[in-house]
Ligand binder design. Structure first.
Ligand SMILES: [Zn+2]
Ligand SMILES: [Zn+2]
Length: 428
């Protein structure tokens, strides 16, 4: 009992030491802001398309090497990965940023707006970081530097993943998270968890969008050819009209979601985006081609929709004497936030953004290839608002718009969030 005062004194000293160490880390986070914004502006002014992120990757690799990390380059074409070992034992965690820009001609008037052009599908196009991946790269570079300076506070190791081609590899190429994993990224060392973030103009600065469980859709595309038999428009009975058959197919396909999918489980979308057939008013063509997109939040529903699409297109075409040829191209799977990991880490995000700063954005029918990482290990992915508070985030130009705008003051929160997530991750 009489040792109690001494004990309290010791505890006080210890907490003083701890908070001063924490203070160092916080100071390092504040001090990195200017550098981070310089990186972001440089990357923004020099955007590169998917699988062509050569200069961005070079910059990232140089930075990580300068921090004393062993750096692997050329993963999935241009991916860069480095691991940082903490001074204390603990788990391996992964932090991920995507690096690619889009074939969009920038229309903002920011001083470092992109003037870069490139070739996309044989056409000369403007290139812009219209999805904000420039900010993701800069945030993760900054987080890497903060952690590298504070390994004495790091329990375990960190894998920094700078990923190419999130927006999709060019036609005929593989890329992105899927290819990184295929090349064995998690085979050499498997992290216990993976974290990622995405800036969004649909939330105000200082807020984040976080949803547990399925958060973003699985996305597949399809191409459907309906083959008939060409004839004169005045004599339809002499041929097989693929246009009428296609009209019935399009109508019937609407029943997949409205009549055959249990929408109480999860929503789904099947949309046609293009239809092409024929050239002249009085010629019934040989063939009609259609393309479309399939989106859903449940892998069972996804498989069912594929089956139903195959069945409807084949049988309805057949009923009209035509032949359907359907090709489904698998896109990204559902992005699932591991509920247990989410619950564990929620406190870390509240620490940075406050309880009221965390918003459930609802299901998002867009897709993200972070989903592949989160299929391998528990993953947590959140959206970070970047629209100035005095503007209406509900009408702000969206990600992918030539007018997409990021309030830079919001970005340091990304570094804070990564640091907090790592610091608060359970150590045993
Ligand atoms: Zn995007
Ligand atoms: Zn994106």
């Amino acid at each position: 009992m009489n040792h109690k005062p001494k004990y309290i004194c010791l505890l006080l000293m210890l907490s003083c030491v701890l908070s001063s160490v924490q203070a160092d880390l916080q100071t390092d986070i504040q001090n990195i802001e200017e550098k981070m914004l310089d990186w972001r502006r440089h990357i923004h002014a020099n955007p590169e398309l998917s699988n062509r992120e050569f200069k961005t990757a070079e910059m990232v690799a140089k930075h990580l090497t300068s921090l004393g990390m062993e750096v692997q380059t050329g993963i999935a074409h241009t991916g860069v990965v480095a691991t940082l070992k903490g001074d204390h034992p603990g788990p391996l965690l992964a932090l991920r940023a995507d690096m690619d820009a889009l074939p969009v001609t920038e229309e903002t008037d920011i001083p470092f707006a992109s003037k870069v052009t490139s070739t996309y599908r044989g056409e000369t196009v403007g290139v812009m970081h219209a999805c904000g991946h420039d900010t993701h790269v800069a945030i993760l570079m900054a987080a890497a530097e903060v952690f590298a300076k504070n390994t004495d506070q790091l329990h375990g190791s960190l894998m920094f993943i700078f990923q190419p081609a999130e927006e999709g590899a060019p036609t005929g190429e593989e890329g992105g998270a899927e290819l990184m994993l295929k090349e064995g990224l998690f085979k050499q060392q498997k992290p216990e968890a993976v974290f990622g973030l995405h800036v969004t103009s649909s939330l105000p600065s200082g807020a984040i969008g976080l949803r547990m469980g399925p958060a973003m859709a699985a996305v597949d595309s399809f191409e459907l050819k309906v083959k008939g038999r060409q004839t004169h428009g005045s004599r339809p009975w002499s041929g097989v009209d693929p246009i009428v058959a296609s009209a019935h197919i399009i109508t019937s396909v609407q029943t997949i979601v409205s009549r055959q999918t249990d929408i109480t489980k999860a929503p789904a979308v099947v949309s046609f985006g293009a239809i092409k057939g024929g050239i002249r008013n009085n010629i019934i063509p040989d063939e009609v081609t259609m393309v479309g997109t399939i989106r859903n939040f449940d892998m069972g529903i996804r498989a069912d929709i594929h089956k139903q699409l195959e069945k409807i297109t084949t049988t309805v075409a057949d009923a009209h004497g035509a032949v359907a040829d359907l090709r489904i191209d698998y896109g990204y799977p559902v992005t699932v936030n591991n509920p247990q990991l989410g619950e564990t880490m929620r406190g870390a995000l509240i620490e940075v953004f406050g309880e009221r700063g965390i918003i459930d954005p609802g299901l998002i029918t867009g897709a993200e290839d972070f989903s592949y990482f989160a299929e391998e290990v528990p993953g947590l992915y959140f959206f970070m608002g970047v629209t100035p508070k005095d503007q209406d985030h509900t009408t702000a130009p969206s990600n992918h718009s030539p007018l997409f705008y990021v309030e830079e003051a919001a970005l340091l929160n990304g570094v804070k969030a990564f640091v907090q997530l790592v610091q608060d991750y359970p150590r045993s």
